[in-house]
Design a protein around this ligand. Structure first.
Ligand SMILES: *Cc1c(COP(=O)(O)O)cnc(C)c1O
Length: 367
């Protein structure tokens, strides 16, 4: 199976990227813009990469309508590096920060931040993620340096369908698995972090969007490579950036623009995920999603089969591979199945998955 044929890739990250972009990159891999050199062989201070750096920042600003008083930074260290950097750069202001823990990644971010200051959870951490307490139940500290949350919990399949109210405290958001999948009002945020490898590029680069007035107060111990103020001053070329990753990301962002921009991605995300959730409803309990309906993710759809029958789930994964459908295994911490439906996953891909699920139920479900 597979070979040169494109696989149906439902991976959670690194994840499917538009075939068209991969071909474009392949076409100029050995000789970037007829230079006789690959981009990955070129200096990060040369004119070719400088243009990529500038273009990538510009298209992010355009696609997300980023106001002028925000900086767009490219950093390394992934999502995990970025949420550590959030604490290192922003926690100094008051020494305490609020965290809304709705799943795996916000949980890890909160834990990381305790190394650098006082961390308060705005609601108790649930044993099993699957819901988000109503905002009226959140205990917000008006003295917090920031309020942190994760827009889409990639592992658990829990997504915010609104922007929380932080009452004037800077709002910080991890959008690693949802950036460029919905329209957002950037001016509501103090800082947004997003690893590229889910919706907008290969692993290796993380995008940071930060309001300028929040710069200038990093902790003394903050490494320069994680220092937002310093990276902003150096225009994201303080040291060698992940040049290839930024380059491919820029091409993916151009692809998003060509295909209708963020609102087109948003419509498509809604359609794809609704079809899949509806399939579960129609399965009469054969496929079940453990997540509250009002916080279900449009990006990562976790489900169980036969009430959590691990043998059946194992079989489902084996059969799926036979139909060229890959990376459907749930995260090791939660088990079951997880279908990730990022921007590059097409409606047809999702329809194929649904057809397969219906066939699987016919064959292996209760008769
Ligand atoms: C993948 C992911 C991370 C971690 O990213 P790394 O690049 O592996 O450090 C953090 N937050 C979210 C929401 C993610 O999806």
């Amino acid at each position: 199976m597979g070979g040169s044929q494109s696989a149906l890739n439902f991976g959670a990250g690194p994840a499917k990227l538009p075939r068209e972009v991969l071909q474009e990159v392949q076409g100029e891999f050995l000789s970037y813009k007829n230079s006789g050199m690959s981009l990955i062989e070129m200096s990060h201070r040369g004119k070719e990469y400088s243009k990529i750096n500038t273009d990538a920042q510009a298209i992010i600003r355009e696609l997300l309508d980023v106001p002028n008083n925000y900086k767009v930074l490219f950093m390394q260290g992934g999502g995990c590096g970025a949420f550590a950097a959030v604490a290192l750069n922003l926690l100094n202001r008051t020494g305490t920060a609020d965290y809304a823990v709705t799943g795996t990644w916000s949980g890890k971010a909160a834990k990381e931040a305790t190394k650098y200051g006082d961390v308060k959870l705005v609601f108790p951490k649930a044993d099993k993620p699957g819901s988000i307490p109503d905002q009226s139940e959140w205990k917000l500290n008006p003295n917090a340096s920031y309020l942190y949350y994760c827009d889409n919990e990639t592992v658990d399949g829990v997504e915010f369908h609104y922007i929380p109210e932080s009452n004037g405290v800077p709002l910080v958001c991890d959008m690693s698995s949802s950036i460029m999948t919905k329209k957002i009002d950037i001016s509501k945020f103090g800082c947004i972090i997003a690893g590229a490898q889910k919706n907008i590029g290969p692993a290796g680069v993380v995008v940071v969007i930060i309001r300028e007035d929040l710069l200038g107060d990093p902790m003394k111990c903050c490494p320069s490579v994680f220092d937002f103020t310093h990276i902003a001053k150096e225009n994201s070329v303080h040291n060698t950036p992940a040049t290839f990753s930024v380059y491919v990301m820029e091409r993916v962002l151009q692809w998003i623009k060509r295909n209708g921009g963020v609102s087109a991605m948003e419509n498509q995300a809604k359609e794809k995920s609704s079809l899949l959730y509806d399939t579960m409803v129609k399965s009469h309990g054969f496929y079940t999603c453990p997540i509250d309906e009002n916080v279900r993710s449009r990006m990562n759809v976790p489900f169980r089969i036969g009430g959590g029958d691990e043998k059946l789930e194992e079989l489902f994964l084996v059969k799926a591979e036979e139909y060229n459908m890959h990376q459907l295994k749930g995260h090791r911490s939660v088990g079951g199945i997880r279908a990730s439906l990022y921007n590059a996953v097409t409606l047809d891909d999702v329809k194929s998955l649904i057809k397969f699920m219906e066939g699987f139920q016919k064959e292996h479900g209760p008769k």
